[in-house]
Structure formats: structure tokens, C-alpha cells
Design a protein around this ligand. Structure first.
Ligand code: CAA
Length: 257
């Protein structure tokens, strides 16, 4: 792995994936995204991992798709390479991914953060889809996910003008869950990850799947999906253990079965 760094056990059950192209502000080239997808797929299968944190560095989460790599490409080349279908597979990750964002999360960087399940922001985080300034538009979900998160008017403002959203605004609009001082953002993400990692991994996976369904379906279908996943948790030992522990007034021990 050249452009990402994986720490499989940053804490028990918590993996850390760091984007590592600092000189280019973690611009997302083809190789980096291939490496990232491979790492996520591998961590998704790893029984010792329950939660994944994705981060960059203090200055940049990621400043977008690599402009230098695509500047001269023709429409046909872009279509045939179709790198965004690789990106799209990231959302198939079953385990929760927390994006710990500091500095620039722009263009594809903002889209990547939004493909994660929860965003924790440092006070220096800047979110934006500035593609319009380089004569193009978001191509990896920005017009869809940003609009779902912020609503139509704010997304129009950001995407049509290329303006940035501050960390405070990101929390205000519900894009990020929390803004913390820059020296704390990774710590904050780890604290949340450890808390989630204590839960039944079966229930966490089914809950994530059901929440994501709400973005993909109408209410009736989403509710039916949620209901089935709820009933399905009763097939797990973890559900039996969780409810038994509650009745016995003790801490549950989850096995992911
Ligand atoms: N692609 C390629 N290289 C990038 C890059 C990108 N997206 N963003 C930054 N870099 C490179 C710069 O070219 C520069 O490299 P050199 O030193 O070799 O010149 C290096 O990273 C440092 O960047 P700056 O000198 O520009 O740093 P700055 O602090 O002055 O500015 C910035 C920071 C405002 C983020 C600025 O770099 C910038 O505007 N970057 C581009 C942001 C952008 O337009 N992103 C959208 C890309 S398109 C996209 O993502 C499509 C999609 O939907 C997936």
C-alpha cells in the first residue's frame, strides 16, 4: 500500500485507515482509491474489526479527485475508465465507517466523507464541492448525498458557487455529528468507535443497512426492510445475550454470532 496506511487494531476491534498522500493534500488518484477499496473489503471480512475509522491528516482529509490525473482525459476515456464505480463500492462496506475529518474535504474528498456513516469534524474542517470552479460538477455522489444531508437550497448554494461549509455549519446542517478542537478529532472518533464496538456487531450491521435503506427507498419499503432486520436480530446469540444481560442487570458480552 503506497497511499494509505492501515492499522488493523488501533484499539480493540477498531481499525484505522489513513489517507497518505500528504504533499498532494490526499488528492484521490486511481491507485489510492483502489488501495482504499481493497483495504476496506479486507477489514470488512476481518473478525477482529468491528468499526473502521477513515481519516487524512490535520491539513486535509482529501482535496478531491486527482485533477492532474484527469485534466486531459476525453469523455470517452472517463467513461471507459469509470473510476467512480470503484468509489461506489465503498458504500457496500458492512461495518460502520467513521470519517474523522480535519482540513480540506473537497470535491471527491467531501463525497468520500459522505460515503462514510458518521462524520466527526475538527474545527478546521472545510467541506465543499468546488468542481464548478474547474468547469465540472460532482461525480461521486455530491449532488445526491449533499442534498440529502443539507437540503436543496444550501446544496445549490455550495455546488453552484463552490463555497465551503465550515465545521460548525456542517454540524448545524447535520452533515457532521460533532466539531472538536483539531488535536481531538481523532480521539473523538476513537471514543465513538470504541462505544460502537461494544455493541453486537450483528445488530450494528443490520441497523446500518436499515438506515441506509431510508436513502434508497420510499417509507413503506424502508419500514418493511427495517422490520425484517429487527426480527432477524432474534436469530443471533447476541440478541439473546443482550436481553438476558439486561434482565440480569449485567454487562453483555457480544460474540458477533
Ligand atoms: N488534485 C490534484 N492535486 C491537488 C488537488 C487535487 N484535487 N488538490 C491539491 N492538489 C495539489 C496541488 O496541485 C499542490 O501540488 P503542487 O505542490 O505540486 O503544486 C498541492 O496539492 C498543494 O495544494 P495547494 O498548493 O493548492 O494548497 P493550498 O493550501 O494553496 O490550497 C486547496 C488548498 C484550496 C484545497 C487547493 O489545493 C484546491 O483548490 N484544490 C482543488 C480542490 C478541488 O477542486 N477539488 C475537486 C476536484 S474534482 C473532483 O473531486 C470530482 C469528483 O466529484 C470526484
Amino acid at each position: 500500500m503506497e497511499f494509505i496506511k492501515v492499522t488493523e487494531q488501533k484499539e480493540q476491534y477498531v481499525a484505522l485507515v489513513e489517507l497518505n498522500r500528504p504533499k498532494e493534500l490526499n488528492a484521490l488518484n486511481h491507485q489510492l482509491m483502489q488501495e482504499l477499496l481493497a483495504a476496506l473489503q479486507q477489514l470488512d471480512k476481518n473478525e477482529n474489526v468491528r468499526v473502521i475509522i477513515l481519516t487524512g491528516n490535520e491539513k486535509a482529509f482529501a482535496a478531491g479527485a486527482d485533477i492532474k490525473q484527469m485534466a486531459d482525459k476525453s469523455a470517452m476515456e472517463m467513461l471507459m475508465i469509470d473510476s467512480f464505480s470503484t468509489w461506489d463500492q465503498i458504500r457496500k462496506t458492512k461495518k460502520p465507517i467513521i470519517a474523522a475529518v480535519s482540513g480540506f474535504a473537497l470535491g471527491g474528498g467531501c463525497e468520500l466523507a459522505m460515503m462514510c456513516d458518521i462524520i466527526i469534524a475538527s474545527e478546521t474542517a472545510k467541506f465543499g464541492q468546488p468542481e464548478i470552479k474547474i468547469g465540472t460538477i460532482p461525480g461521486a455522489g455530491g449532488t445526491q448525498r449533499l442534498t440529502k444531508a443539507l437540503g436543496k437550497a444550501k446544496s445549490m448554494e455550495l455546488i453552484l458557487s463552490g463555497r465551503f461549509l465550515s465545521a460548525e455549519e456542517a454540524v448545524f446542517y447535520g452533515l457532521a455529528v460533532k466539531v472538536v478542537p483539531v488535536e481531538m478529532y481523532l480521539h473523538e472518533a476513537l471514543t465513538l468507535a470504541k462505544e460502537i464496538a461494544q455493541m453486537s456487531p450483528v445488530a450494528v450491521q443490520l441497523a446500518k443497512e436499515a438506515i441506509n435503506r431510508s436513502f434508497e427507498t420510499q417509507l413503506d419499503e424502508g419500514l418493511a426492510f427495517e422490520r425484517k432486520n429487527f426480527y432477524l436480530t432474534f436469530a443471533s446469540e447476541d440478541q439473546k445475550e443482550g436481553m438476558k444481560a439486561f434482565v440480569e442487570k449485567r454487562k453483555p458480552e457480544y460474540k458477533g454470532k
